[in-house]
Design a protein around this ligand. Structure first.
Ligand SMILES: [Zn+2]
Length: 209
């Protein structure tokens, strides 16, 4: 029997976290692919300046090369999540190999939160990870990694789409650095104007409803 792909995926969609409840009011900034020396410190300073907290979906290989920077993230009161060891594409990676990559990262990153690289994950992989991890997606993507990004347009997009409960994706990576800093500033200003506090994702694995 051949099932249509959306029918296969649809039941698993609700296993993923796409946004947080709108109440209590707050916005959930997330930073993927770090920690990156020279970049992550700037993010921490910007958040600290407004008393904001966020969530860092770290790569195991990055934590292994900058363990003190990762410790600083935690010491500053932010949440952390597992973003794999080597950033494989779920759709193109054998599930056992994919899970092994995440378990290797878990030796560096203690967290019940997981975000799949590229947001690409198969139903089988979701099923395997579900007992141990809350799988966190997003509702607002900054596209800071795009070298051809139109910055004013991208900032406008963030201001239009960020609302209470939003999970926003940035990257504390070298590739995204140039775009990420101004976009982060725009997003922080927007949230201040709207009186939306910047909150860390809770590091629990309970039901999200
Ligand atoms: Zn990533």
């Amino acid at each position: 029997m051949i099932a249509r792909p959306e029918k296969l995926i649809a039941p698993f969609f609700s296993d993923l976290v796409w946004r947080m409840p709108a109440m209590p009011r707050g916005v959930y900034f997330t930073f993927d692919d770090g920690p990156t020396p020279g970049v992550t410190e700037q993010v921490l300073d910007k958040l600290d300046a407004v008393g904001g907290k966020a969530t860092f979906f770290a790569l195991g290989k990055q934590v292994a090369s900058a363990p003190q920077l990762f410790e600083k993230i935690i010491a500053d009161g932010h949440s952390v999540g597992n973003h794999t060891m080597t950033h494989p594409k779920g759709w193109k990676t054998n599930s056992e190999k994919y899970i092994r990559d995440i378990e290797e990262a878990a030796q560096w990153i203690t967290s019940p939160l997981f975000r799949p690289p590229y947001g690409k994950i198969t139903p089988a992989q979701i099923r395997m990870l579900k007992p141990k991890y809350k799988i966190v997606m997003w509702d607002v993507l900054s596209r800071d990694y795009d070298p051809r990004l139109n910055l004013p347009k991208a900032a406008k997009y963030l201001e239009t789409h960020i609302q209470s409960g939003s999970i926003v994706v940035f990257h504390d990576s070298l590739k995204a650095h140039k775009n990420m800093i101004p976009l982060l500033s725009a997003a922080i200003n927007h949230c201040r104007k709207q009186s939306l506090p910047l909150l860390p994702l809770p590091m629990d694995h309970g039901p999200t409803e």
